[in-house]
Design a protein around this ligand. Sequence first.
Ligand SMILES: [Zn+2]
Length: 429
Amino acid sequence: MSNIIEGMESFFGRGAFESKVFADETCCFIGAFGNVGVVKTDEGLILFDIALRLFGPRVFQEVRKFSDKPIKYIVYSHGHFDHCLGYAPFIKEIKEKGWEMPQVIAHENCVRRFEKYRMLSKHQLWTYQQQFASVGVTMTDTESIMGALEPTIIIKGNESYNFSLSGYNFEIHHDKGETDDSIWMYFKEKKVLFTGDLMVSSYPNIGSPFRVQRYGKDWAIAMDKMMKKNAEFLLPGHGFLFKGKNDVQDVLSITAEALNFVHDEVVKRLNQGKWFEQIYNEMLDIYPDKFKNHEFLQPKYGDYRFAITDVYRLYHGWYDSGNPTDLFPAKSSEVAKELLKIGSIEKYLAKAKMLYEEGKFQLALHVIDIVIKGSTTASNSLLDAYNLKVKLLKRKVEEEEGSFIAVNILKTSMNQLKTNIKELKQELK
Ligand SMILES: [Zn+2]
């Protein structure tokens, strides 16, 4: 089994691939990293998303188990790499069979997103390698954006788009949420919602640490609009298929409620003239158990704490502490060096170890960083500091953090520290 599939299993808690026919055998749900929805009509297929590059061949196989009809439409729920880049085997088949190219439906901001990714492909890769460290992302994942199928039907602004195929009717709507290019589809006759990442079966991915602004309030509005459809099925962008009106309405309403909560409570505190740290900590204190414990809001990928930062960032600039020291800060290594002159490396190390023993991992990290950043020469104390930081990050992964993104960031840093440890040991020999 490849690393990526093992990683996906740990993310979903199940096999990476799952294929399920539903809605009177008109639809097929293919669970991959980035779910794929397939609709079968007499004239051909509609694919809602086509997964990531690596999973393209497997998704293709599953689609062809379900139906041998040509693909008429591909809909990009949004332009993230796990939803639009599994195109290669589909294009190969179209060319071999001499079929017409399918229409590709996307929002105009998806076109802009592809342009941005092409401009920033190496930076994208650098962030993916941290965010998706446990599953392994290679250059070809970012290169594959170069060959992505360009949209042919482009949804502008807040326009909706309706189309029919073999007597079935489909509505496409745009709402901002995880991204500014999200579109969702409703299959009217069979009452199926295809949501893309507006729904991910766990806490919404808002405020992702490496990513640009997201839109909590608009996201909640999208949930409300979807609820009005009274759908029987909901295919999320990640995670399991929701079946039955009750489950569909439940997951939409609790997600909308959670998004409205984080948005409105941060806005309330902004209007009270509070700085970020105060808002953040108050928000942690008031987070209701009904969200914390809800099975559809677990922080498997997104995290409530990330969401607080996202809402704040939507309405406030980068100067968030209210402390003018932070306006034009000195280098953190220079600050640490000065602190070490006052306290000595050994005292800081001893303090960090004590905090570690007391289970205060985060506080211990802040203290150990003074040793790491302030050390100017190779020393056994620095080696101890690296080792302690590895232990601290490991304990946080094992005991405190559940978000796939947070865990990967911590693990990436652990790996970097292990490299530093090896190099330092060489130097100390
Ligand atoms: Zn996604």
